[in-house]
Design a protein around this ligand. Structure first.
Ligand code: NAP
Length: 510
């Protein structure tokens, strides 16, 4: 492996060091999985610069992490490219069993991995444990799919010919992920890539690099060969240069991104120059429709689950509640009661907490701005509406009624604990409001009318629909959006296709 400028190789010590600046691991974290350095070509690498990772609950530093730049990104691509030559020839069964070992190690280390997620993202520990299992299941699922990559034999009109369709790995995949699911957004991509025979370079979010590096440690322990899984953490200051280095490098064949639509568009520009394959999992503005025929208790339970997971910071979180006039008052009353009774704001490490802090001040300011815009335009504040007395990045779970379509909270993805309710009269009106947005990731609706269920499920312009269900993600099912919510699908039997090229071979003279 070539050494890039300013990059120093470190020999992996038998006992892993804690994050720089932390002698015993912050927030009670075991130092064993808390790696502070980048991971390139099977080695821990440390460029000269480092950046702090902050606890979103307090603003305290959790330690500092290697701030990789374009040279390290290019070096990681070269390492991944070298490894690709060997990895694509590894038997599918062997790739499968290595992914399975990685899955087993994630499950064995579930508690430690969850603590890292809670420390750096702020989500409640129970949710973090759920994320670790969900993340690990992608490795398990794709370990199984690795052995089911089939081609086709076609009989063309010419009788002396047979056509073969082969599926081959694309090559090196550049993987850029957000902070809201620091582990699962990586494994959902990497599991599929490695199963297909691709190698990867991962750039995690500045806020949550420790989870990506902990996965590198476990990949190493599982025996995933050097150069197959590389991680180049970097600060927000360097995200642009690292993103550009990864996404314009001729040795990279594929870009897989999860994050905001705005960043996705930048990366699509990069990809265009060398016509790379892309997968884009971008932002949403999910409608949650409650029709008069709905079971109101069921709808409230679904609303709680789909709105307040991760304090409202998931791409599939309900963003706009559209409630039919006959059921409106009863839904708003019961929703407010459920919020009051079930949501507990606090540090993610506290047992009782269901709502951790938002990721940073920008996130708090966005929710605050949406609430004040809505109230200034006539919305009614039913519950919450301001920063929580715990201070820092905490915000009160908030319910607004009398919301209209001209308000920011109807138009923009909130990514926070704000539930705005819009009243509607007819099914046509609800579908029109739901579809009046340029994104389309998830959509939910509650109805007990079978004909309405078919009609609305077919008409919603989204990639995923929850009917009488507020939690829909599962490794077995295709995840992805339409319109400006993205390109491609992750998870399910379709996810692996994102990392495979189809080759047609014509056998003549038969
Ligand atoms: P973001 O700002 O787009 O960041 C996502 C990732 O892109 C981070 O690693 C970020 O690095 C990096 N990045 C930012 N600017 C870049 C650039 N110019 N070049 C290369 N990389 C760059 O998104 P976010 O605010 O962290 O995440 C929330 C968004 O993600 C929401 O819109 C949400 O809906 C979406 N999301 C979508 C899905 C899905 O499956 N569809 C899942 C989860 C989240 P830094 O952290 O260093 O800035």
């Amino acid at each position: 492996m070539a050494t890039g400028s300013g990059l120093r190789r470190l020999r992996a010590p038998p006992r892993l060091p804690p994050a720089r600046g932390c002698s015993s691991g912050p927030a009670g974290l075991s130092p064993a999985l808390l790696r502070p350095d980048g991971f390139v070509g099977g080695r821990w690498v440390r460029p000269a610069a480092a950046f702090p990772v902050l606890d979103p609950a307090s603003g305290a530093s959790l330690g500092s992490v290697a701030d990789c730049g374009a040279p390290e990104a290019r070096q990681a691509v070269r390492a991944a490219h070298e490894a690709f030559g060997r990895w694509k020839r590894v038997a599918a069964k062997e790739r499968s069993s290595l992914l399975r070992k990685w899955y087993d190690l994630m499950i064995q280390n579930k508690e430690e991995l969850a603590k890292i997620i809670t420390a750096e993202s702020g989500k409640p520990l129970k949710e973090a444990e759920g994320e670790v299992v969900y993340a690990a299941l992608f490795l398990e699922w794709f370990s199984e799919e690795a052995r089911r990559i089939y081609g086709d034999i076609i009989y063309p009109p010419a009788r002396d010919r047979r056509a073969l369709v082969l599926k081959q790995p694309l090559g090196v995949a550049a993987i850029i992920t957000p902070w809201n699911f620091p582990s699962a957004m990586i494994t959902r991509k990497v599991g599929a890539a490695l199963a297909a025979g691709c190698t990867v370079v991962v750039k995690p979010a500045e806020d949550t690099p420790f989870s990506a590096l902990a996965l590198a440690e476990l990949a190493n322990q599982a025996g995933i060969p050097a150069g197959v899984y590389n991680v180049v953490p970097c600060s927000q200051k360097k995200a642009k240069e690292v993103g550009e280095a990864l996404c314009t490098d001729p040795l990279v064949s594929k870009i897989s991104f999860t994050g905001s639509t705005a960043t996705g568009k930048v990366l699509l520009h990069h990809a265009a120059n060398s016509v790379k394959r892309v997968s884009m999992e971008l932002g949403g503005n999910a409608p949650f429709i409650v029709f008069d025929s709905a079971n109101v208790e069921q709808a409230v339970a679904g609303a709680m689950a789909s709105k307040f997971r991760n304090s409202g910071q998931t791409c599939v979180c309900s963003n706009r509640f559209l409630v039919q006039k006959g059921i409106h008052d009863s839904f708003v009353k019961k929703f407010a009661e459920a919020m009051k009774g079930q949501l507990h704001v606090g540090n993610g490490f506290e047992e009782r907490t269901t709502q951790g802090p938002l990721i940073n001040q920008r996130a708090v300011e966005k929710v605050e701005a949406q609430v004040s815009d809505a109230v200034s335009k006539g919305a009614t504040l039913v519950l919450g509406g301001k920063r929580h007395t715990l201070g820092h990045n905490f915000f009160e779970p908030t319910l607004l009624s009398n919301v209209t379509r001209d308000m920011l909270c109807s138009q923009e993805e909130t990514f926070g604990p704000l539930a705005p309710v819009i009243k509607f009269n007819t099914e046509e009106e609800a579908v029109a409001i739901a579809n009046a947005t340029d994104v389309g990731l998830a959509g939910y609706f509650y109805s007990q009318d079978p004909a309405q269920i078919w009609r609305v499920a077919e008409q919603l312009e989204v990639g995923m629909v929850g009917v009488n269900e507020g939690l829909i993600s599962s490794v077995e099912c295709p995840f992805g959006g339409v319109k400006q919510s993205g390109l491609g699908r992750e998870g399910s039997k379709y996810g692996i296709d994102e990392y495979l090229e189809i080759k047609y071979v014509c056998l003549g003279g038969l």
